[in-house]
Structures are given as C-alpha cells and as structure tokens.
Design a protein around this ligand. Structure first.
Ligand code: CUA
Length: 162
C-alpha cells in the first residue's frame, strides 16, 4: 500500500510539476500527402508569428530527421507546437522542458508552452523508429523575444537552420 501510494504521489507530483497534459482533442491528417498540400508543406514549416503575437511552430518527423532541423523560438511568448509524422511513430521531446509528445502518422500532435530564458536545447526522437533512431535529433534555439522579432520580422516562417 505504501509503495502504491508513493508511486501515485510521484505521478501526481510530476504531472503537476511538469505541467503534463492528456490529449485534449483529435486532429487527423493524411501522412501520404503531407509534402504536397496543406499545413505541413515545407514552406509552412518552422516558426510563424500569429496575429495575436503568439508563435506557432510546425514540425514534421520522418525517418530519420525532423524538419526543420533547428527550431527558433522566443522567450516569454506563448508557443504552440503542431507536429506530425510522415511515416512511423516518432517522439517529440525537447530536453529540459515539459514538451513531450508522440508523433503518430495520421494525427497532428499539439503542445502549448512558454520558454523562460534563452537556451540551446536538444530535441532527440525518444521513440524507437528504426535503425536510424539514435541519429534522429534536432535542436531548439530559444532566443530573447526582441531578438526573435528581429529575425522573424516580415518573414512568414523562420528557423535556425543554417
Ligand atoms: Cu524517430 Cu526514433
């Protein structure tokens, strides 16, 4: 009983502490036509500023990379990630943050968060997806809000891919 209570307590603490959340709704998409039309065409990937000042970041995972390979996000701004997979199940996890979702082909994963301070973060695929799984990485660059505005100014989408 004590062990069960301890484990339940740990789950409750971690879910509150990390602001984990269950999926709130379901959005579907055809993984076979991602690159041809719709929200996840290549020109639409990366970070874009919404009319209300929040930022939406669109990402596609496929064996064995993420597109874009480097995500640029601002501090102190509501950020919504919208991501999906073009082939098999991948993991979308930004180290040292609460961003942690599965990318399941056919579904759009969304996650809202805010970054407190500038940082260079790693984004490993954390779901085994095949022989190249261990090499499937991307990077997240959190920059000061003013710096982000400078880089994003006038552009529809930005990333930190060199
Ligand atoms: Cu993609 Cu592991």
């Amino acid at each position: 009983m004590g062990i069960v209570a301890l484990l339940v307590g740990m789950m409750a603490y971690m879910s509150l502490h990390w602001a984990s959340m269950p999926p709130s709704r379901i959005e579907t998409i055809d993984p076979a036509t991602l690159h041809i039309a719709g929200e996840f065409v290549e020109a639409n990937l990366g970070s874009g500023v919404e009319p209300n000042g929040s930022v939406t970041v669109r990402v596609v995972g496929n064996r064995y990379s993420f597109t874009p390979q480097c995500l640029l996000v601002p501090t102190d701004t509501p950020v919504t990630f919208r991501a999906t997979s073009a082939d098999v199940v991948h993991g979308f996890n930004i180290a040292k943050t609460n961003v942690n979702v599965m990318l399941v082909p056919g579904y759009i994963a969304t996650f809202k968060t805010k970054f407190k301070e500038p940082a260079d973060l790693e984004m490993p695929c954390h779901e085994f997806c095949g022989v190249g799984h261990a090499t499937m990485w991307a990077h997240v660059k959190v920059v000061d809000k003013a710096e982000f505005e400078k880089q994003a100014g006038g552009k529809r989408r930005v990333s930190c891919v060199k």
